[in-house]
Write a protein that binds this ligand. Sequence first.
Ligand code: SF4
Ligand code: SF4
Length: 128
Amino acid sequence: MDNLVHELHQEHSAAINCLECANCCRCLGPAIYDKDIERMAKALRMKPVDVVTNYLRMDEDGDYVFNTMPCPFLMPDNYCSIYEARPKACREYPHTDRKKFFQIYKLTVKNISTCPIAFEVMAHLIEE
Ligand code: SF4
Ligand code: SF4
């Protein structure tokens, strides 16, 4: 399944312009971990504790997420103002190039309501 999904990922992530979408930055709250906070703090020239105070909150699962949605770093033109230092979860979304895709099959079914790339990958995967 990975070979097929990764092929579909390449095809559809190349065809869809994330800058015309930004749905994930508008509606999803990526989990943010210590390494993400350190990287963001460096880029923002802030102390990690100030990143937490200013931009994050803890969700019901005990993970840090952004304290506002749309994301506080999403700019009006849909660019990310901390792109090089964005959290790992942002870099990897929608995860359709991940190894052992079967492990995130259910998550990807959920993501089709947010992400056109996930939608196209799943639609073509079902066709195949
Ligand atoms: S929701 Fe999907 S297509 Fe839209 S910006 Fe995010 S990754 Fe790109
Ligand atoms: S940090 Fe950047 S890529 Fe991640 S949700 Fe915010 S705007 Fe989007």
